[in-house]
Design a protein around this ligand. Sequence first.
Ligand code: UDP
Length: 246
Amino acid sequence: MTDKNLVLGGMLYEGKAKQVFTAGDGDLVLIHFKDDATAFNGEKKGQIENKGVINNRLSARFFRYLETEGIPTHFVALINDRDMLCRRVEIIPLEVIVRNIVAGSLAKRTNQAEGTELGEPLVELTCKDDARGDPLVTKEEAIAMGAASTEEIDRIRTLALQVNEKLLPFLLEKKLKLVDFKLEFGRDRDGNLLLADEISPDTCRFWDTETGEKLDKDRFRRDLGGVKEAYIEVWNRIGDFRSSET
Ligand code: UDP
């Protein structure tokens, strides 16, 4: 698929890091990745040079890999440096967080040291609601608020754990520890659940296996410096240089 034969419609949505346009016959969307960065539910704002390019290409790399491992995703094709074609889905208004190591809000909430290994991966659900700070919800609350059915939540949990199982060794090979990450899921026109949104240093915590160096958005959140260099480093380790596709 090239720019030439892709019919683009209007903008459906503009978020903090991406714009979404209708595409094709209405079953598709074009996702445009921006360099804008936000943290703390929009309170901190900035730009990370070429983040959009790296997150677009990295997300495509992850989605392609996960598809080959049997995970259904919304990814269709990489169009160019900043644009990706995806199946149109109705996003389930939950953020699904998978954790292998204690960090961030879990460290605060449970008073555990960052870096503590969890015996088992932990799956958390939060409401997609910046204004209320993405509050944690139980499975029962998510069902009661109509976000998803019981079957959908069970399937989301299974898929999220499968994504973790597939990403852990893939990243370890690149000397990256997958500390935690956030996923979003959507329903296609036929009601099938697909992994959606993005997988990138904006939505994952990656630590270097040898030095423990943070190679993700925490460098921006916590003013650690070397933000764009960290994104480039992740791309250099994971990018698919053998692929002849854009
Ligand atoms: N995360 C995200 N979007 C959010 C909240 C969290 O992508 O709105 C990711 C975050 O990058 C990390 C994981 O989910 O990889 C767990 O984040 P946490 O709950 O620790 O929140 P934070 O400390 O980032 O506020």
